[in-house]
Ligand binder design. Structure first.
Ligand code: UFG
Length: 326
């Protein structure tokens, strides 16, 4: 049985959907529903039934009961706070949940002889890029507590592998966008800080202005460049990672991105085209902590996991807009 922590959240729910549809694995989702959605769990259950446990990684007893009650043999770990800016203002929250919560989970795994985990890591482990595209060997100098917690966990995973033989695949996501192409689940954060949902919210509501942060970067049109990877492609990467872990029993890390960068203005233009709306745009000063460019070198995932992105930026924006309208 696969344990999916944070399976009611944006990325977790799309991975659960893929596992329900394309495998016969039994699944238990563990989520405290602070940012996850019970409605996503209900929708997913209509695809194929699975177990859901409401609980918190900060509570070791919740974890103990979980591992006692279910026959878990591998873990996909999403549950984490994800807001970079909040992590700077309130690092305690991030270290308590993302870091200590994960150590609690790893220790419970060891106590029950579970030694396989796919971990949600992030491009934020690299910090300010020294070269582009960023490969997995790029120096890791995260510049905010969010990225630091993810990097520290990667280091802990190394130590747990050496000492206890706990094997992990860490997937370092770049900018994840889009929704299920059948429009059953999608992205919904409160507050929403991400680019595509914010542009589309302004497309849907003509009163709403889209705030663009910074058009004076040293890039072709002055706005930041990011590597936008589709959520369904990302879900496939998790399936490949789990398969690799099962077959090879070997730890590794992979960038999950497309190797293509788009500027904020380019994304804005694709959104206008797909929605056929003229979107209100306001140029604001730069947002704190935004690197000017982040683009993945994804050759390692292609070569070793046989994973490659299949969807375009337009595909992702179309599904995100369908979801928003629903
Ligand atoms: N942006 C705007 N207006 C908005 C939202 C974003 O102009 O309303 C700009 C940002 O300034 C940035 C780009 O759009 O230049 C992308 O911003 P996002 O907030 O969508 O994504 P980030 O690149 O900041 O963050 C993503 C993930 C984080 C992760 C980070 C580093 O969402 O969880 O990459 O890996 F930590």
């Amino acid at each position: 049985m696969i344990l999916v922590t944070g399976g009611a959240g944006y990325i977790g729910s799309h991975v659960v959907l893929r596992l329900l549809e394309e495998s016969d694995h039994k699944i238990v989702v563990f989520d405290n529903l602070e940012n996850g959605h019970l409605s996503a769990i209900e929708t997913l259950k209509s695809v194929r039934d699975f177990d859901f446990v409401k609980g918190d990684l900060k509570n070791q007893n919740d974890l103990k009961n979980l591992f006692q009650n279910f026959d878990i043999n591998s873990v996909i770990h999403f549950a984490a706070y994800i807001c970079v800016e909040e992590s700077v203002q309130n690092p305690r929250k991030y270290y308590a949940n993302n870091l200590i919560g994960t150590v609690n989970l790893l220790n419970e795994m060891l106590d029950h002889d579970v030694r396989k985990i796919v971990f949600s890591s992030t491009a934020a482990v690299y910090g300010e890029p020294k070269y582009i595209p960023i490969d997995e060997n790029h120096p890791k100098q995260p510049v905010n507590p969010y990225g630091k917690t993810k990097f520290m966990i990667e280091e802990i995973l190394d130590d747990y592998d050496k000492a206890y033989g706990l094997k992990s695949i860490r997937l370092r996501y770049f900018n994840v966008i889009g929704a299920d192409s059948e429009n059953r689940i999608g992205e919904s954060h409160r507050p929403e800080t991400h680019l595509v949902p914010n542009i589309l919210a302004s497309a849907k509501d003509s009163e709403k202005v889209f705030n663009l942060f910074g058009d004076d970067y040293d890039t072709k049109d002055g706005t930041c460049i990011r590597d936008y990877v589709n959520i369904e492609d990302l879900a496939s990467a998790h399936v490949s990672a789990l398969q690799y872990l099962t077959e090879k029993n070997q730890s590794d890390c992979f960038n999950i991105g497309t190797k293509n960068g788009s500027t904020v203005k380019e994304v804005f233009e694709v959104c206008e085209k797909i929605t056929s709306k003229k979107i209100n745009l306001k140029i604001n000063p730069r947002r704190n902590g935004d690197p000017k460019i982040l683009v993945a070198d994804n050759a390692k995932a292609e070569k070793i996991l046989d994973w490659r992105p299949s969807k375009t930026l337009g595909d992702s924006i179309r599904t995100a807009y369908n979801w928003l309208k629903k």
